[in-house]
Write a protein that binds this ligand. Structure first.
Ligand SMILES: [Ca+2]
Length: 438
């Protein structure tokens, strides 16, 4: 039997409730995400899915390796920033097995279309980590029209060549993805596509804001710009591109045997809707790490499923390897766990304890069943997430034994990971001087 094609779509800084199918409100122009909502209806949606980190590059290390990112030095940067250009240590080591390298070794065609954010050539890069083809930015955030990073350098690449191309980045990425799939689907080999949008990450530019982009050059954090309407349109542009890709798959007869996963690399940013969760990007409260997971695979997943299975980014990488029948390398066993039994039966559930840590504010988190142990700024909390996903009712003072046991479990897990390096950096784009905190 032919092995399934695999498409892993990652949005950038999309919040838990930004999409209609996660309770998001309509925009003034109408539904924000009609194609992703339709994908959820045709496939399955996860309500208790997490990102490996509340910030970009650490999650991407986990996605690529299907292992806890804390194992790799570069992932200790929160996040990798454009000052890391030329660093021989701050990136994904090419010798490390990855989701694309393992799949490619098993005969898959592979491409990354969109954001990399795992270190710069000549030491690092997508072509060195298993992708046959790459189109997109190497850094964390770029302007949608000039394609310049926060240092003002052009950061659009085709393979390892600097590349110039007119257009709105979300549309360029969508078009390339549809073209690539059409091209490789002609071969007998199955394919794996990483489709990593920069949308809806700052700067706050819609397809119609080319003129605006010339005025904010060099200040990509765009602290004086953006609004809810712009933000929703940016999501809508991405949604259109995903719809076009799914339509292409259908037209060439490859929709049924393609597993498509959609998620976000971390929780929402300043214009995101994370309701009912608290916090956002950089936080280990739920708003920083709970993200949408929408999955479609018509040959295997029954339509309309909703699962409360706990899962995290690296589990989806493990799921794709399992779907392809590809084993991990013995020296790099996976921390990710395959979700295939859940995809085949939306009612299937299994225990999936999950751990996080952040240098930023000394945060820790541990989810086990309905409970979550959380530390922020030296304060320990215990929340019953099933009853209080908003993490306002601290059960710690009333459940001291449980809190203590979960703290010890987290510490035992932490002891199995390399310590946070002393020279690891935390980069924040702005502070309370720029906008009031809640
Ligand atoms: Ca991000």
């Amino acid at each position: 039997m032919r092995r399934p094609n695999l498409i892993f779509i990652v949005a950038d800084d999309l919040g838990y409730a930004d999409l209609g199918c996660y309770g998001g409100r309509d925009a003034d122009f109408g539904a924000v995400s009609p194609r992703l909502d339709a994908m959820a209806a045709a496939g399955m949606r996860f309500t208790q899915g997490y990102s490996n980190s509340p910030v970009c590059s650490p999650t991407r290390f986990a996605l690529m390796t299907a292992r806890y990112q804390y194992r790799l030095r570069g992932a200790a940067e929160e996040p990798i920033n454009s000052k890391s250009r030329g660093s021989p240590t701050l990136g994904l080591p090419p010798a490390h097995p990855t989701l694309p390298s393992l799949l490619r070794g098993a005969g898959y065609r592979t491409a990354l279309i969109g954001k990399w954010h795992l270190g710069y050539p000549p030491h690092f890069g997508p072509l060195r980590s298993g992708y046959e083809e790459f189109f997109g930015p190497m850094s964390g955030g770029v302007d949608y029209f000039s394609h310049a990073d926060s240092s003002g350098n052009n950061d659009l690449w085709l393979g390892e060549q600097a590349h110039t191309e007119e257009g709105y980045l979300t549309d360029l990425i969508s078009q390339r993805a549809a073209d690539w799939v059409q091209r490789v689907a002609k071969d007998d080999a199955p394919f794996f596509l990483s489709l990593h949008y920069t949308a809806p990450h700052w700067p706050w530019e819609t397809r119609d804001d080319r003129e605006l982009s010339t005025r904010i050059e060099g200040s990509l954090f765009h602290l004086a710009g953006g609004n809810i309407d712009t933000y929703r349109r940016m999501i809508h542009h991405m949604d259109e591109g995903i719809g076009a890709l799914l339509h292409t798959l259908q037209r060439i007869g490859r929709l049924d045997d393609t597993l498509v996963v959609f998620t976000s690399d971390n929780g929402g940013e300043r214009f995101s809707d994370n309701w009912p969760l608290v916090g956002g990007k950089m936080d280990l409260t739920e708003g920083g790490i709970r993200v949408p997971y929408i999955v479609q695979w018509p040959s295997t997943i029954a339509p309309g499923g909703v699962s409360a299975q706990h899962c995290v980014t690296m589990d989806w990488s493990a799921t794709m390897l399992a779907a392809a029948g590809v084993a991990a390398q013995p020296d790099y066993p996976l921390d990710g766990v395959s979700l295939l039994p859940v995809l085949r039966d939306a009612g299937h559930r299994f225990e999936r304890p999950l751990h996080w840590r952040m240098n930023h504010r000394g945060q820790r988190a541990y989810r086990e069943g309905r409970w979550k142990y959380l530390r922020v700024d030296g304060n320990d909390y215990l929340f019953d997430i099933d009853a209080d996903a908003r993490e306002r009712a601290n059960r710690g003072p009333y459940e001291g034994e449980r809190l203590q046991r979960m703290r010890e479990t987290w510490e035992a897990w932490h002891a199995t990971m390399p310590p946070i390096p002393e020279d690891a950096t935390v980069s924040l784009g702005y502070s309370a001087q720029d906008m009031p905190q809640r």
